[in-house]
Each structure stands twice: as structure tokens, then as C-alpha cells.
Design a protein around this ligand. Structure first.
Ligand code: OFO
Length: 195
């Protein structure tokens, strides 16, 4: 009887002492939704590339889509860990068609910039709310966004160099395939180092 009473008091106390403020909880859930949308947007882009016969670019977008899903899950688990309510988001329909592969990759870059802005706003909020735990957690995202933006800028620069010649699509796709291979090699090396 005493144990039951103690447990229920403990439960109430835990909720009152929730580690995360409501504002941070909401902002993290908004970030979950943004990462989820990125994953579905990139998946839709991968499918369009596949339809155009752009195999390397499709593979690249599939990889990006899977990565975004893992970014979403990282926040999802973090929120649960700090006793927040992680919300599985509703996803709006991503565009199904794109004017060109250049336009598509420019959109990816713009979306990554949007994600960076959102992470920076979250960092600001953590400072205001004195939430140093979440601030520390977000450092990984700051680094990730720096890397992603640099990657997309590099791709767009190479596309500019390739130009608009008759075989430009072929060369763009080859460039993306090279990036896929480099990323796969890096992942294999990381897995070896961790084994
Ligand atoms: Fe998760 O948005 Fe970029 O990587």
C-alpha cells in the first residue's frame, strides 16, 4: 500500500520536475517535423531522379532521405529521454516533379539552409531557457548542418563548372555517383574503426 502511494507521488513529482520546458519541448517537436519533411522531400526527389534515369542522383537523394530520418529519430529519442512528449509528425505532400536536376539540387541546398536557421533558433531558445542539456545535444546538429551545407555548395559549384552542354546531365549524375561512393567508403571505414 505504502509502496503504491510512494510510486504515485513519485510519478506526479517527476512530471512536475520535467527536465524540459514546454517551449523547448514544442521547438524540438517542430524540429522533428522539419527533419521528417526533409526525409520525405528527399525521397520524392529520389523517385523523380529515378524516373529521369539519373541513377547516381537518385541514390544520393535516397541516402540523404535516410539520413534525415535518423536526424528525426535522434531528437525523438532525446525528447523521451528527458521526459518530454515526442510527437510523431503529420507530413505534408512533397512536390512530385522538378523542373531540372539543377533546380532540384538548389532546392535541397535551400532546405538545408532552412534547417540550419531552425537549429540556430533552437540554440537561442536554449540559452534563454537556461537549458544547457539540450544546448549540448544540439551541438551535433550544428556540425552536421555545416557539413551538409558545404556538401551542397560543393555540388552546386561543380554543376556550374559542368555547364549546359549536351552531356551535362550525364556528367552531373556521374559526379553524384562519385559522392555516393566516397560516402559509402567513409561509412565502411567508420564501421571498421568501431568494430
Ligand atoms: Fe537534418 O537536416 Fe540537414 O542534414
Amino acid at each position: 500500500m505504502h509502496l503504491v502511494l510512494f510510486n504515485s507521488i513519485n510519478l506526479i513529482t517527476n512530471k512536475k520536475n520535467q527536465m524540459v520546458s514546454k517551449k523547448i519541448e514544442k521547438a524540438l517537436n517542430d524540429q522533428i517535423a522539419l527533419e521528417a519533411y526533409a526525409s520525405f522531400l528527399y525521397l520524392s526527389m529520389a523517385s523523380w531522379c529515378d524516373q529521369q534515369g539519373l541513377e547516381g542522383t537518385s541514390k544520393f537523394m535516397h541516402r540523404q532521405s535516410t539520413e534525415e530520418l535518423s536526424h528525426m529519430m535522434r531528437i525523438f529519442h532525446y525528447l523521451s529521454e528527458i521526459d518530454g512528449h515526442a510527437i510523431s509528425p503529420a507530413i505534408k505532400q512533397a512536390p512530385l516533379t522538378y523542373k531540372s536536376v539543377r533546380e532540384l539540387l538548389t532546392q535541397v541546398y535551400k532546405h538545408e539552409q532552412k534547417v540550419t536557421t531552425s537549429i540556430h533558433k533552437l540554440v537561442n531558445l536554449c540559452n534563454k531557457e537556461n537549458d544547457y542539456t539540450t544546448l549540448h545535444f544540439l551541438q551535433w546538429y550544428i556540425d552536421e548542418q555545416r557539413e551538409e551545407e558545404a556538401l551542397m555548395r560543393g555540388i552546386l559549384d561543380r554543376i556550374k563548372l559542368i555547364g549546359n552542354g549536351p552531356q551535362s546531365l550525364y556528367f552531373i549524375d556521374k559526379e553524384l555517383e562519385k559522392i555516393n561512393q566516397a560516402q559509402a567508403a567513409m561509412e565502411a571505414a567508420e564501421a571498421d574503426a568501431g568494430a
